[in-house]
Design a protein around this ligand. Structure first.
Ligand code: ZN
Length: 448
């Protein structure tokens, strides 16, 4: 007797696809069978639907505790649930986790505030590098490091990075590194201010492509020199991937994430729309975008995340282009954008499962509990209608942002049901579970 059985769906994982029945019991996948097993308390007919492992989004900002006028966990995690995400890894710049006791306190505070499962990343500041071992032992999902002063977060310069990466390597901890060179962005900023520039073009020139590549180059080299496990955050251009690949070939433990804004927006959108396309690094030129799709299709980009960092439209329009918040909302739109790409053959459903579920789960030490559809795994999955056609709309956005940079975009492929540990948390764009269904997920203890 099972709690639930999902029948008639096409089950897709990185390994391929098959029509199969998934039996769920006690929050876990109990069995996967080519024919229905029967005897379940609830039967979900997934005829004409695809069943994917729930997405694992390792880069979101729910700002709770923090600036909860921009986002909070109940809204952000609800948005994630309707977007087919079953686990998020969250960190908030304005209210950073810097110590193991910060981490414990935040996890306790969030015990009844999330719809989906969540891991928590810690911030590493120059003066808190010594906290890495304690944070990791307490179950931090990632250590977030900046190479440039951004969002009020201090930068780690090369000497700090070297010290930090050595400690990461010693304890087997992983850092997610925001790569923009501090000296180059500061110089760009000074020059643009001196020219009294306030047009929307300043974002692209301030957060220049050279600044990103110089920082990636140093971080990738330092990853190799120290043996630290590093993920390059939000690659905006293809050369990030080649720089990382070069060091990986020489032995570095390095991976790269990209985000939908770099696959679907371009610098011209930032110049035209300003605040509502302001994120850093910014989207680049259409050829860079095309090359990123090509790299994804050829499995050369390790993983996809959202970098969900919302503000309301009123907040976005507050102040000059220099002053308004960085960041875009996106947990609800990332999977739809990828499904749409799959509908036109830009990548496969198997690749979506691999890059947005399995790989992040593996790199976070959560696989196969998360990111896998196998007996014993958490019953985290998303049912998708691969042929549904619709337009993304601000009115459907559950994030506190209340808008999406992709409004009006025609999409083929829609998440229709999301299940977290056997509980249906979202169905047809609406929340079906209590806030508090989501639990804190700690990384499995390092094998070392
Ligand atoms: Zn971010």
């Amino acid at each position: 007797m099972f709690d639930c059985e999902i029948i008639n769906g096409v089950v897709v994982t990185s390994a391929g696809r098959q029509r199969a029945s998934i039996a769920v019991h006690d929050g876990h996948i109990a069995a996967i069978s080519p024919t229905p097993l029967g005897g379940a308390a609830r039967v979900i007919d997934a005829a004409d639907l695809v069943v994917l492992p729930g997405m694992v989004d390792q880069h979101v900002h729910f700002m709770d505790p923090g600036d909860t006028t921009r986002e909070d966990f109940p809204h952000g995690s609800a948005a994630a649930a309707v977007g087919g995400i079953t686990t998020v890894i969250e960190h908030t710049h304005s209210h950073p986790v810097l110590t193991a006791s910060d981490l414990k306190a935040k996890a306790a505070y969030l015990a009844d505030r999330s719809v989906v499962d969540f891991g928590l990343a810690a911030h590493i500041f120059p003066e808190t590098i010594a906290q890495v071992p304690a944070l990791w032992a307490e179950g931090a999902a990632l250590c977030k490091v900046f190479t440039c002063v951004t969002h009020g977060v201090p930068a780690l310069q090369s000497d700090d990075l070297l010290r930090c990466f050595r400690i990461l390597a010693q304890v087997g901890a992983r850092a997610l590194v925001h790569c923009e060179d501090d000296a180059i962005t500061a110089d760009n900023e000074e020059r643009l201010h001196a020219a009294l520039r306030t047009d929307y073009g300043v974002i692209v020139e301030w957060r220049s492509w050279e600044a990103e590549l110089v920082a990636v180059n140093s971080v990738a080299l330092l990853a190799r020199l120290t043996g630290a496990e590093i993920t390059i955050a939000h690659a905006s251009q293809p050369e990030v991937i080649s720089l990382a690949a070069r060091e990986r070939q020489l032995g570095a433990h390095i991976s790269v994430e990209t985000c939908p804004q770099y696959l679907t927006l371009a610098a011209a959108d930032v110049v035209e729309h300003g605040p509502t396309r302001k994120c850093t690094p910014p989207p680049r030129d259409p050829p860079a975008q095309a090359k990123l799709w090509d790299l994804l299709a050829h499995d050369a980009i390790d993983l996809i995340s959202t970098d969900h960092a919302p503000s309301t439209l009123a907040q976005k329009q507050h102040g000059t282009i220099w002053e308004c918040h960085f960041g875009l909302p996106g947990v609800e739109t990332t999977l739809p954008i990828l499904l749409d790409a799959a509908s036109v053959g830009k990548l496969t459903l198997e690749q979506i499962a691999q890059r947005y579920s399995e790989m992040p789960a593996r790199l976070l030490g959560l696989w196969p509990r998360k990111g896998a559809l196998v007996p014993g795994a958490d019953a985290d999955l998303v049912l998708v209608d691969p042929t549904a056609r619709y337009a993304l709309q601000d009115a459907n956005i559950l994030s506190k942002a209340g808008w999406t940079p992709y409004a009006g975009r025609q999409i083929t492929g829609r998440p229709v049901m999301t299940m977290v540990r056997g509980t249906v948390v979202a169905e047809h764009g609406a929340i079906r579970a209590d806030v508090g269904t989501g639990r804190w997920v700690r990384r499995a203890p390092a094998s070392a």
